[in-house]
Write a protein that binds this ligand. Structure first.
Ligand SMILES: [Zn+2]
Length: 186
């Protein structure tokens, strides 16, 4: 899995789009910058009003380690059916990205539970990535809660969940949760 933030959506039909990447490849597993496009597959997602969009995403194979990666635009969270913006608006009470999301209570509950169970991990990963990049700041200035530590690294402006997901996925640190096995999303 690779998350891209620089891409264009090219309309195929009314609700179907090709994702055209405008950024270079970098394998999350071995950091090699060469991949072959070996195919594509549809990846559906739901918007806040529960309307469905289909993206045609590419399957890439790393020429070095041979791992296969799907290339997802950063509006999505791996294995989640709704777009990132919807999940972001729900997982944090009083989020500054308020959206009314049309989905049932159990889905909202699952998203909150998912985020709460992984937020410490996300904050830790962002910290280790910052250390690797030599960007880590003083320990004493860091906020205590996992969410505030996440915001410390990616900011709290709308899109913070997408900015959290991207570096984790692209560093091969994304964890697949149990519900992912029950869906056929990538
Ligand atoms: Zn590789």
């Amino acid at each position: 899995m690779i998350i891209i933030s620089n891409y264009e959506l090219q309309e195929k039909t009314d609700d179907k789009f090709y994702v055209r990447s405008l950024e270079p490849f970098l394998c999350p597993c071995c950091r090699n910058d060469s991949m072959n496009v070996i195919g594509s597959r549809p990846r559906k997602y739901l918007q806040e009003d529960a309307s469905q969009v289909t993206l045609i995403i590419r399957r890439l194979r790393c020429t070095e380690c041979n791992k296969i990666h799907h290339e997802l635009p950063d509006i999505l969270v791996p294995y989640k059916r709704y777009k990132s913006e919807c999940i972001e608006a729900v997982v944090v009470k009083g989020s500054n990205a308020p959206l009314t999301v049309a989905c049932d209570e159990s889905t909202l509950y699952r998203w909150k539970k998912w985020f709460n169970s992984l937020s410490e991990y996300f904050a830790g990963c962002l910290q280790s990535i910052a250390i690797q990049l030599g960007k880590e700041t003083e320990e004493a200035s860091k906020p205590k809660s996992a969410l505030h530590r996440i915001w410390h690294y990616v900011g709290n402006a709308p899109g913070w969940l997408a900015r959290t997901v991207r570096p984790l996925v692209n560093s091969n640190l994304w964890v697949q949760t149990r519900s992912a096995f029950l869906s056929n999303c990538v």
